[in-house]
Design a protein around this ligand. Structure first.
Ligand SMILES: [Zn+2]
Length: 246
């Protein structure tokens, strides 16, 4: 005859509730046995699995979680060098594990990101400052994203690795869905980069920034006699070869 403690251990090991009187525990344990409910992995086993999956995820890349603090450029200084991520890059990335033939399904999935939490994480400021780091021809972007439901919890660490042209290579988030690389926090980070690209904050064209060349000298031009003028060719004047005196 099983004791209450033994029944509770049996149920707990399978992730089932352990409340109720003995008759209820017996019925629940019998049901678990009948349905062949597997044992739940321990916390240590889960940690080992997560570590192994993360090692697979960063294979061939540097691990952004191990970069020195000084390696990161803050958002205000680094935004011009962010990758050129456009909306189609995000679509390609988020959709790559979904069946491409079902376009309607793909559209609904994308809308779920855009209309759901992912976009509001970015627009409502849950996504904090995005730091960037260039390494081995790739650009890493890292940000903390606060959980919207439990604002006092530790923010998630979210990073993406992109080619400068905008192709998204890999992503990670420390939330429970983060190893899947397509959680809402990752999507929020990508939407923020896309918005920065769309508004010309990334790699700004010379025509969209303050004129950096052909600046008028602003000197007053004074009339003078030709014989008092000095003609010189800048290319050669340093050598003194072409300096004409009239
Ligand atoms: Zn996440």
């Amino acid at each position: 005859m099983w004791t209450v403690a033994a029944l509770q251990d049996f149920l707990k090991a399978r992730g089932w509730r352990i409340t109720g009187n003995k008759d209820l525990l017996v019925a629940r344990a019998f049901s678990a046995w009948e349905n062949d409910v597997p044992l739940q992995p321990s916390a240590a086993e889960l940690a080992d699995t997560a570590k192994r999956e993360y090692a697979q995820l960063i294979a061939g890349l540097s691990d952004p979680l191990k970069f020195d603090k000084e390696a990161w450029t803050p958002e205000t200084k680094g935004i011009e060098d962010w990758p050129n991520v456009m909306y189609h890059d995000i679509c390609d990335y988020l959709m790559k594990d979904h069946p491409g033939k079902d376009q309607d399904f793909n559209t609904r999935m994308l809308n779920a990101y855009k209309e759901g939490k992912a976009f509001t994480y970015y627009t409502s400021g849950w996504l904090q400052e995005v730091n960037s780091c260039k390494r081995d021809g790739l650009i890493y972007l890292m940000a903390k994203c606060r959980p919207s439901a439990r604002v006092l919890d530790i923010p998630h660490n979210t990073w993406v690795c992109c080619h400068p042209t905008g192709t998204i290579k890999r992503a990670y988030c420390s939330c429970t869905a983060g190893l899947g690389q397509t959680c809402n926090h990752v999507a929020a980070l990508l939407f923020k980069v896309e918005a920065a690209v769309r508004t010309n904050l990334v790699n700004p064209a010379c025509t969209s920034t303050a004129c950096g060349w052909n600046v008028a000298p602003g000197k007053a031009v004074e009339l003078t006699k030709v014989k008092e003028m000095s003609f010189r060719n800048d290319k050669f004047c340093k050598t003194g070869v072409f300096t004409f005196w009239c």
